[in-house]
Design a protein around this ligand. Structure first.
Ligand code: CA
Length: 531
């Protein structure tokens, strides 16, 4: 059986090679960059690539429309990826992964959004190939990245100590920032607030003193597109809202233990203040319901005073509303110092995503595949993954990849253009922040430089990989605990109950619902993984 299979494979490859030689004999020097070539004979690998922007490996998710980046990669490496994505009908990548695993017919490469948990669960059971030795032996560029960032290898490793995927590695430090209406401050003769008490005074003035000048008490001092950003105010009283770029995540405390922010005494006291500010009308009364259009609406109607949101997109409003709102000036400002005197920006870009790609057990060419993965960490591959095809979307200018003017000046955002090229998609690659800096507005650049000069960032909790027993405990208790925490949180902010009065009962309920068991498995996994 094995022999016959091998012979058939050999026959097939020979036939294929002959056919290709016959058709490309005259254009063979097309593979000029021979140092990037992964295989001498063309190799086809199947791929599952499911992510929110596209459910399939091809332009817009279409399996038949090949990405320009894929075409270029084929010419450079001699490896072709052929789409074999499961769950194309759904935008839910978890659902697609479950379908892929249930169907049993795994493609050579499994990639896309949220693959870390499944590859760490099924990898040790044999569904995916451990990459540690393969990378050490065959992927010098990836290994060099790990050697420079050993903590990130720990963070992606499964409970057996191996790692099973090459992640999408974001670049750049800052994500969100505090924004305030400088023109409102000016209108009221106020300075930018430097601490939590000054912020309280400013928001109160926004509420009461008619900074938009229409004679109505219609201002919304603090608002947010994502209601979860109301919790970011907790940091002003030295509590936490999350340990990572995922809302409501665990964090590592000063003692080196993993804990949940919403089970800490600091949270009780801070949330009590947030509820007070809500009662005083300093926080959008519709914070939980207004939704994703609230930034657009409240700014364009000259009603919103302050928010916590992304540098790049929030800085765009000054240009967008210049004609609509006279004097409009919404600018980033330093996080006000907390009650204990700490200026902190809790949000930052996470250095690794749970997205990327893995090699499935059915792959008969794991060495060639890891060499192919390594290609994307070479200078040429990294430029291709970030900026698209050289000469088409960008040129090398004084050694720097620079987008062509038609890309930068297009009505379509640069990232959306890149997704259609096959760049900035969720393969395993190292993002290059120069990709984003080129289309970041001057105001946002100045804000980023201000934040960068003030040492505001804190370490992130990069997650743990559970063994099977730990996973069971976590799955049994955590979802209902989280739901309970968020229900209570919302009720307290809205004034139903009082957090300080309810606290002892709340803590008892958390413990009855398994909080300590969840913390125990998180810490056992954390110790194994990081120590
Ligand atoms: Ca007003």
């Amino acid at each position: 059986m094995t022999n016959m299979r091998n012979r058939e494979d050999t026959m097939r490859k020979l036939t294929l090679t002959t056919a290709i030689l016959a058709t490309t004999a005259l254009t063979a020097p097309a593979f000029a960059d021979s140092h990037l070539k992964v295989v001498d004979k063309p190799l086809e690998l199947s791929i599952h690539m499911h992510w929110p922007r596209a459910q399939g490996y091809g332009v817009g998710g279409s399996p038949s429309e090949i990405y320009p980046v894929e075409q270029a990669a084929r010419e450079m490496t001699n490896v072709s990826l052929v789409d074999a994505t499961a769950g194309r009908n759904s935008t839910d990548s978890n659902e697609a992964m479950n379908l892929l695993i249930a169907q049993g017919n795994m493609p050579d490469i499994v990639g896309g959004h949220l693959i870390q948990q499944p590859v760490n669960q099924y990898g040790p059971e044999g569904a995916f190939v451990p990459l540690n030795d393969l990378v050490k032996e065959h992927a010098p560029h990836i290994q060099a990245f790990w050697d420079a960032n050993p903590d990130l290898v720990q963070a992606i490793s499964a409970y057996d100590g191996n790692y099973y995927y090459i992640p999408y590695l974001p670049d750049g430090k800052f994500g969100r920032a505090w924004y305030i209406r400088q023109d409102w401050l000016d209108a009221l003769g106020l300075e930018q607030p430097q601490n939590v008490d000054e912020l309280h005074a400013v928001l109160t003035a926004f509420r009461n003193d008619d900074p938009n000048g229409n004679g109505l008490k219609d201002e919304i001092p603090y608002f947010a597109r994502q209601w979860e950003e109301v919790n970011r105010l907790l940091t002003l009283w030295d509590a936490r809202s999350s340990g990572s770029d995922t809302y409501h995540d665990f964090y590592v405390n000063d003692a080196g233990s993993v804990v949940h922010p919403y089970a800490q005494d600091a949270y009780r006291d801070a949330l009590s203040n947030v509820a007070q500010w809500y009662e005083e009308g300093l926080i959008d009364p519709e914070i939980f319901t207004r939704g994703s259009s609230s930034r657009d609406y409240l700014l364009s109607e000259n009603l919103g005073g302050m928010t916590h949101d992304w540098f790049a997109s929030t800085s765009g409003y000054n240009d967008a509303l210049a004609d609509k709102v006279a004097g409009f000036n919404f600018i980033p400002f330093l996080p006000p110092a907390s009650e204990a005197g700490v200026r902190m920006e809790e949000h930052r870009r996470i250095p690794i995503k749970p997205d990327g790609w893995a090699i499935s057990y059915t792959n008969e060419n794991p060495v060639e595949t890891i060499k192919y993965f390594d290609f994307w960490f070479t200078d040429e591959g990294r430029n291709l993954a970030n900026f698209g095809v050289e000469g088409k979307t960008w040129d090398l200018v004084d050694g720097e990849p620079i987008y062509k003017p038609e890309v930068l000046n297009s009505d379509s955002p640069v990232n959306s253009q890149m997704y259609l090229e096959g760049a900035q998609i969720q393969r395993g690659y190292f993002q290059d922040y120069r990709y984003e800096w080129q289309w970041t507005s001057q105001a946002a650049r100045e804000g980023i430089e201000l934040y960068d000069a003030n040492d505001l960032l804190i370490d992130q909790f990069l997650g743990v990989s559970f063994n099977q027993d730990e996973q069971k405990v976590y799955d049994k208790y955590w979802p209902s605990l989280r739901t309970y925490m968020l229900e209570r949180q919302q009720a307290w902010i809205l004034g139903s109950g009082e957090v300080k009065a309810d606290w002892d009962d709340y803590v008892k309920t958390l413990n009855r619902m398994g909080y300590e068991d969840v913390i125990t498995v998180l810490n056992s996994a954390y110790q194994r993984q990081y120590n």
